[in-house]
Design a protein around this ligand. Structure first.
Ligand SMILES: Nc1ncnc2c1ncn2[C@@H]1O[C@H](COP(=O)(O)OP(=O)(O)O)[C@@H](O)[C@H]1O
Ligand SMILES: [Mg+2]
Length: 154
């Protein structure tokens, strides 16, 4: 487990950018946190970094999914807040995404038991005024190793 405290949005950006080199296709990044905790902000910084540009990264609040083609792997950015039932996630292409893309999922609780444990990194975001506490943990052995070897200074 790794706990990082972002005092500013710039810190959130640093954390999200430093996660980028650890990503591999097939990974699932589950972002757990209340409305306004920074799930989209964290994802936006990460995707802009992977795209090497400040491209607009809209919140998939209504579309439920935005797909980006990066040099290394496609990135599927899900916002499942409006998903009515876990099975509806199949229509969004989760099966393909989980095989060879990097899936970043806001509101992963909406997937229920369809959310795989394999290749999954959990990111829990806690809010304290403008501070965001990021807790990174996983039950996946590869992610455990990656979290342990992750070097970051804020
Ligand atoms: N340290 C911080 N890191 C990220 N966002 C922050 C931070 N401090 C304040 N914010 C604000 O919190 C909000 C996060 O919104 P958003 O990323 O859309 O949340 P979510 O997707 O979890 O609903 C933004 O308005 C952002 O400006
Ligand atoms: Mg969001």
């Amino acid at each position: 487990m790794k706990i990082l405290k972002a005092l500013t949005q710039e810190d959130t950006q640093k954390i999200s950018i430093s996660l980028a080199p650890l990503l591999r296709s097939g990974d699932i990044i589950a972002l757990w946190g209340t409305l306004g905790s920074g799930k989209t902000a964290f994802t936006r910084y990460l995707i802009q970094h992977l795209l090497h540009r400040q491209e607009s990264v809209p919140s998939p609040t209504f579309t439920l999914l935005q797909v980006y083609d990066t040099d290394l792997f496609p990135v599927y950015h899900f916002d499942l807040y409006r998903l009515e039932k876990p099975n509806d996630a199949y229509e969004l292409g989760i099966e393909e995404a989980f095989i060879d893309a990097v899936s970043i999922i806001e509101w992963p609780e909406k997937m229920g038991s369809l959310l795989p444990a394999a290749h999954r990194l959990n990111v829990r975001i806690k809010v304290e005024n403008t501070t965001r506490i990021f807790i990174f943990e996983s039950t996946d052995s590869s992610w455990k190793e990656r979290i342990n070897s992750w070097q970051i200074t804020l």
